[in-house]
Design a protein around this ligand. Structure first.
Ligand SMILES: C[S@@+](CC[C@H](N)C(=O)[O-])C[C@H]1O[C@@H](n2cnc3c(N)ncnc32)[C@H](O)[C@@H]1O
Length: 255
């Protein structure tokens, strides 16, 4: 799928732009991960990578009195976040920036906290851990959710699906080791519950798809995207015990 194609962009906005969030997660998971951080500076500078329409950004701004830089590549996502920020009088504390995570132009050791829900895989999780470590001040923290295998013996159907969709997917244990290998101290991690997949993500997608299939009936790229959503949800309904989003919270050591 060519996300630079205007039709594809319009379809993505019509689908993902309307959802409460653009991937699995929940306010409760954001709060739980935040509780694992330990002490932060009084007004931390936070980077939210792949913020989407800002579900977790708006939670983070309630959890900390600091400043948040929210980064994404899509105007429609950043515009929705900006609307909420302005409506809630938070324009002085949340700054949106349109940048690719692969080409972030921040100075090294800028942030007290880097946050990313369901997005770091886009630049390769290992590469992302290394990049985020450089952006963190010594002693700063990274909180990131990542799709992981929860078992070593997933059913063949699930393995086949992710061999095509996310061949680099690792087990929770291998990702925990990766944090250590990339120079972090892991502070904790947990698996997001089923409601984090359904309440604000799959259930609203299911409700939207019939009308979108009608609207885009003659647009093969759109129909392929909707088919892919249905296939992903079908695999999840059968095999959700084999894989999940793991929320990792880690610190860049002081030395
Ligand atoms: C799975 S969604 C997660 C969004 C949000 N964090 C959430 O949990 O609702 C991944 C996000 O990464 C953004 N994205 C995709 N490619 C990107 C890139 N190269 N740089 C920055 N963000 C990107 C997408 O626009 C999308 O908002």
């Amino acid at each position: 799928m060519d996300i630079e194609n205007d039709v594809v962009k319009a379809v993505m906005e019509d689908l993902y732009g309307v959802l409460p969030r653009q991937g699995p997660g929940s306010p409760a998971c954001t709060r739980r991960a935040f509780s694992l951080l330990g002490a932060l500076p009084e007004r931390p500078l936070v980077l939210d990578v792949g913020c989407g329409t800002g579900a977790q950004t708006m939670e983070l701004v309630r959890l900390t009195p600091g400043h948040i830089v929210a980064l994404d590549v899509f105007d429609w996502a950043l515009d929705r976040l900006s609307e909420q920020v302005v409506a809630q009088g938070l324009a002085g504390r949340v700054h949106t920036t349109k940048q690719s995570m692969a080409e972030m132009d921040f100075r090294e050791e800028t942030f007290d906290l880097v946050w990313s829900e369901g997005a770091l895989y886009i630049m390769g999780f290992e590469n992302a851990l290394k990049t985020c470590r450089r952006l963190l001040k010594p002693g700063g923290c990274l909180a990131a959710s990542e799709l992981c295998w929860l078992t070593d013996d997933a059913p063949q159907e699930a393995r086949d699906f992710f061999a095509a969709e996310y061949p680099e997917m690792k087990t929770v244990e291998d990702n925990a080791q990766l944090f250590s290998d990339c120079g972090y101290e892991l502070l904790g991690h947990f698996t997001e519950p089923a409601c984090a997949w359904w309440d604000d993500y799959y259930t609203p997608i299911r409700k939207l798809l019939p009308a979108l299939r009608t609207k885009y009936a003659g647009v093969p790229d759109a129909l392929a995207l909707f088919d892919a959503c249905d296939a992903e949800m079908a695999v999840h309904e059968k095999h959700s015990s084999s894989y999940g989003y793991e929320f990792f919270v880690a610190r860049r050591p002081l030395h």
